[in-house]
Structure formats: C-alpha cells, structure tokens
Design a protein around this ligand. Structure first.
Ligand code: RAT
Ligand code: ZN
Length: 436
C-alpha cells in the first residue's frame, strides 16, 4: 500500500501531485491586506457589490464602458448601480477572462454559487449574500481560504478609521492583526503630519511626531509599521531638499529622510517594530479613477535606496515588496545580501498568474525558502478565496520542477519535509524573520 502519511518518502514521480495537494491545504499567513473587522461597520468591505466594484474591475470597466458613462456619472451612482454596470460590461457582454474577473468567478464558485453564475443571475447572488450572518461569514471565509490570520492596514490619521480605536478600541477577530500605516512620514508630508498632531493635541515638532507614533503603536499593538513610498522615493534624500534655505525649510518642515531617521526608526528601535515598505506605486497617475482607489500606476523604484536604508539601520528589520516587474531581480539580490530585510508577496500589478510564476521561480532560485511567496492585498473579504486559490496553484506549479530535480539527484524528501517548506514560503519564513 502507498504510504501517504507524513513519513512518505517522495519520488520524482510522486512529488508533483503531493506538492499540488499540500499547497492547497497549507494554512497561510496573509501579511498584508486592507480587511477590517465587522465592528468597523461600513469600513469592512464584503459581498458581491464590493467584489464587483473592486478598483481593478472598475478600471477595467472603463476600457469598455459606453462613452456617455463618464467617470463623474459613474461615481455619482450608488454602489448597486455601479456594480450592475460592471457586471453588464465585463461579465455579460464579454467573457470574464482577466485575472480580476476570474477572481469573482472563482470566489462565487467556492461559495457554491455556480448555478447563479451560469445563469448570470446577479440578483440571486445578491440574495445569497444578504442571508449571511456577518461574524459567521467572516470565520467561514477564513476557514475556506485556509488563512490562519491576515494583517490589516490601519491608518491612524484617517478619522473614519481612528474613531473605531479611540477612546475605546472596538473588538477585532483574532483572524486579524494590525499594522500601523504611516505613508505621510515616508512621503515627507509634514503638513499632513502636523494636522494629525494637532488633532491629538501633540506638539508640531519631531518629538510630537515620535509621541504620535508611540501612541498609535500602543493602541494597535501592530505587527509592523508600514508605508508605500512615493514612486520617486530616495534615501537619503537628494541634497537639494537637505540644503534648503532655513526659512524655506521652516515652512516646508521635515523631509522624508529626516522623519525616517529621527522619528520612525528611533520609535521602531525602541518598540522592536519592523518597517514594511512597498516601493513603486505611482500615486494619482489617472486621477479620474481616484474615487475607487484605481488611479495609481507603477514606476520603477530605486532599490539602492532600500539597500542604503537597511545598511544604515542594521538593528531595524525591514520587510519589502516592489510593484514594478523591472525591479524584481535587483531586489531579490539585495534581499539575499541583507540580513535585516525580508521579501514578501507579488504586489498588486504583479499579482497576476504569469508574473507570480516568474517571480516564484526567480526567488526560489536565489532565496530558497527564505521569503514569503505571497500576500493577498485583499480589500474585500471574499477576495481571500480567489487570491489564495489562484496563488497556491501557481506557486505550487512553479515549485514542482525544483523538487523533481532535487529528487532525481537522490535527495531523500518526506512528505512532512515538503509540507514544512510550503509552510515556510506561505507564512513560516515571515514569522521566523519577525521572531529572530
Ligand atoms: O492593491 C490595492 O488595493 C492598492 O490600491 C493599494 O492599496 C496598495 O495595495 C497599498 O497598500 O498601497
Ligand atoms: Zn495594499
């Protein structure tokens, strides 16, 4: 009888099917999402109308929308009307073959809504979602997606969000962990930092900024501080910003490098918090799409700046992902050489099957299992289903040849060891890096 237990010794023939089965089963950690708990009311996005108005789909819809549907007209409509238009344009009038469209179909299939999908029955789909009880539904989705926990993105200077944390923090399911997002610091946006300080009754000084970070770290108890940097982010900042005339400087306040060095890094050192960076988003490239968060593009980032930052602060741990495919190889090399840096996920425009496959292969070749192969970046709860289903399949298929090659050389590998490796790639290496 074939031994299918954890001590089963795999062969070049059996490793492929075993890997594809195990990669579907492994419980993952989702290190970056935009999910929020049910206690945060309308900020927690879920259901078919949120799925259909995901910014990837709205952007795609505008490529085929009738000319008379202007951006203004579309965004003035209700969520339901917007979702009707996207459904009609992308799912009824043509086949939904893009990754974002396929994602909706995978999600509905996983929820057992095949018949409604086959009939293009959007009403029926809506009716199914309307029957769900929210807390149970959240748990059900995490269980079906086999996600142990996901890290949220918590932005303290967005009032709508902050009100759920103070004066009293609302309950958060143990499936969600926190991350303190501080884009305005990495942007060097002193004016918006001052606004936030004012609201909190803190001094508009570097000490005030540090106190602000400490305060919100105390409220969230985050996994890490995080920021997506401007597309032209440089560290250290070009001399021009540093050598501003004193008066101009007093008005402009502190620059991004100063804020990093004098506020973010010291507080992270003090609290032993890693800094997660996302490099290469070109914000507001297409402002017409900003209302749905779809206006951003991609730009090649300066990976040397990241390397300089990690080298300058060896006691701080950094996590990183980049948006541009063009940066990926360079970044992988930097990650291999930099002990305080951990690579995670195929971000946003890289979260497509062809690119996930390519990145997984390249990263495995250079980093072995010492990276985190994926994060979902979900904004809508049920997206956990498709983002993880799709990624598991592609990552699994990308890895098979590496194991086959190894086993052909006579390497002895048990099923348990294979599962261990998959766990490392889908959350274990992240936890090990964080705990180190
Ligand atoms: O993927 C997204 O939804 C983007 O709009 C961004 O939010 C990005 O993931 C980010 O975290 O900045
Ligand atoms: Zn994100």
């Amino acid at each position: 009888m074939r031994n299918t237990g954890s001590q089963e010794v795999l062969t070049p023939e059996t490793v492929g099917p075993a890997l594809l089965e195990d990669v579907r089963d492994v419980e993952v950690i989702d290190v970056h999402t935009h999910l929020l708990p049910p206690s945060h009311g309308k900020l927690m996005l879920w259901g078919i109308d949120e799925l259909l108005t995901y910014h990837y789909l709205v952007s795609e819809y505008f490529m085929v929308a009738p000319a008379e549907i202007t951006h203004e007209l579309f965004f003035a409509k209700t969520k339901l009307e917007q979702s009707d238009l996207v459904w009609q344009g992308l799912f009824v009038e043509r086949s939904p073959i893009s990754e974002a469209c396929q994602g909706v179909i995978t999600t509905l299939q996983r929820l057992g809504l095949e018949r409604q999908v086959a009939d293009r029955d959007l009403r029926g789909i809506r009716a199914w979602f309307a029957q769900q009880s929210l807390d149970e539904h959240v748990e059900n989705i995490f269980r079906l997606a086999k996600v142990r926990y996901a890290v949220m993105t918590n932005i303290p200077y967005v009032e709508e969000e902050a009100q759920h944390w103070q004066p009293e923090a609302k309950p958060v399911t143990s499936r969600l962990r926190k991350a303190l997002r501080i884009d305005n610091f990495l942007k060097g946006d002193w004016a918006s930092i001052c606004e936030a300080l004012k609201k909190e009754g803190l001094d508009e000084t570097m000490d005030g900024a540090k106190e602000y970070l400490r305060k919100w770290a105390g409220i969230y108890k985050p996994e890490y501080m995080m920021a997506s940097t401007p597309h032209d982010w440089r560290y250290p900042e070009p001399a021009a910003a540093a050598s501003m005339k004193p008066l101009v400087k007093a008005y402009a306040g502190f620059g991004a490098s100063e804020l990093l060095e004098e506020a973010v890094v010291p507080v992270c050192e003090e609290l032993s918090l890693p800094i997660a960076l996302k490099l290469g988003a070109w914000r507001g490239m297409s402002p017409d799409l900003d209302p749905c968060c779809g206006g951003d593009g991609v730009a090649s980032a300066d990976v040397a700046s990241l390397q300089a930052l990690c080298a300058k602060f060896p006691k701080v741990k950094f996590l990183v992902t980049v948006l541009s495919r063009a940066n990926q190889h360079e970044l992988t090399v930097v990650c291999q050489k930099t002990r305080n840096l951990h690579l995670y996920g195929c971000w946003w425009y890289c979260n497509n099957p062809s690119i996930i496959e390519e990145l997984t292969k390249m990263r495995t070749e250079m980093l072995g299992t010492a990276y985190t192969a994926q994060h979902s970046d979900c904004r809508v709860l049920e997206q956990l289903l498709y983002k993880w289903d799709h990624s598991r399949q592609i990552i699994g298929e990308a890895l098979v040849p590496y194991y086959q090659r190894l086993l052909r050389k006579g390497w002895r590998l048990t099923r348990e060891e294979l599962r261990r490796d998959l766990q490392l790639l889908l959350g274990g290496s992240y936890e090990a890096f964080m705990a180190r």
